[in-house]
Write a protein that binds this ligand. Sequence first.
Ligand code: NAD
Ligand code: TYD
Length: 340
Amino acid sequence: MKIIVTGGAGFIGGNFVHYMVEKYPEDMIINLDALTYAGNLETLKPVENKPNYKFVKGDIADRDFIFRLFASEKPDVVVNFAAESHVDRSIECPDVFVRTNVLGTTTLLDACREYGIKRYHQVSTDEVYGDLPLDRPDLFFTEETPLHTSSPYSSSKASADLFVMAYHRTFKVPVSISRCSNNYGPYQFPEKLIPLMISRALSDGELPVYGNGANVRDWLHVYDHCQAIDLIIRKGADGCVYNIGGHNERTNLEVVKTILHTLDKPESLIKYVKDRPGHDMRYAIDPKKLETELGWEPVYNFETGIVQTIQWYLENREWWEHIVSGEYSQYFEKMYGDRL
Ligand code: NAD
Ligand code: TYD
């Protein structure tokens, strides 16, 4: 099989490329990425010389480029990870989220229509369901939960999902969608909660917790997300949505304290800062469909996954120190300068 993985220089796409290149030496993995601020070819070092791997630089919203690529490569499967992925950036500047997340997705779908495909897989998020109240721990997102978005990011991802389903119904493009909870693990860009807090704690900087830290996220190790997507593209039903999550709900404060305790750093580093506008309260996934229909089972729980992840950041300082000391430092100053 020839598989185009878009966004393979980012966090989850990069982990997925590693996973697929190692697991399926007979398949060809083409990593298509525009190398925005979030794309990093350092992440691909372990696979860059493998015979079943190729990198192509390009923009998923560039129609001419995408059509030329499909005409020459004739992929069997497309897995679309490429996106603008950070909620805080979407609040600062929504338009690039519309361009990449919506127009990029429809451009890929048009290429799939034109050149044919066995499966187009859209990597979506649980954020398309909006949020759940903190006082109803019995409620979970199922695949039938209505889309009800809060941020420009989640709205752009929900729009993309609607287009994917429309192309399935109207043009019979074979598709699947996965909606995963918050990921963590190796190679995550340090703007996101867990790597941000690990890198700040390691340099004894203040740890900026939004609001009172009571918001809940359902954390899944990126390896388990990759395994789920692999299952869905091979065995998942055409036209179906699958939720991915491992029942690892934690408040942000619990996550931050776990990181501090593991690194033997004091809780006095925590700094409560102005809340994110429109901040979703709780995400929680019901993964029953994926477990019962496809037999998916996560390898990690939060306790084992966070220890593995902290160990990875300790052993791979060069990877994230490059980022933290570069252009990203200006972003940090802009977003947090008057909060800390
Ligand atoms: P990321 O920001 O780390 O990586 C995104 C990648 O896409 C980068 O390599 C970037 O260069 C590339 N990219 C951006 N615009 C592009 C364009 N126009 N053309 C080609 N490439 C482009 O994101 P991530 O955290 O790895 O998320 C990957 C996908 O998973 C996203 O679609 C996101 O919505 C979804 N998702 C993420 C999470 C999470 O917790 N991070 C959870 C559920 C779903
Ligand atoms: P994030 O990693 O940005 O993921 P998402 O917003 O997509 O869930 O944030 C996870 C949670 O952590 C979210 O409730 C916001 C909170 N948060 C902080 O408290 N401080 C921070 O500096 C960041 C980046 C996030």
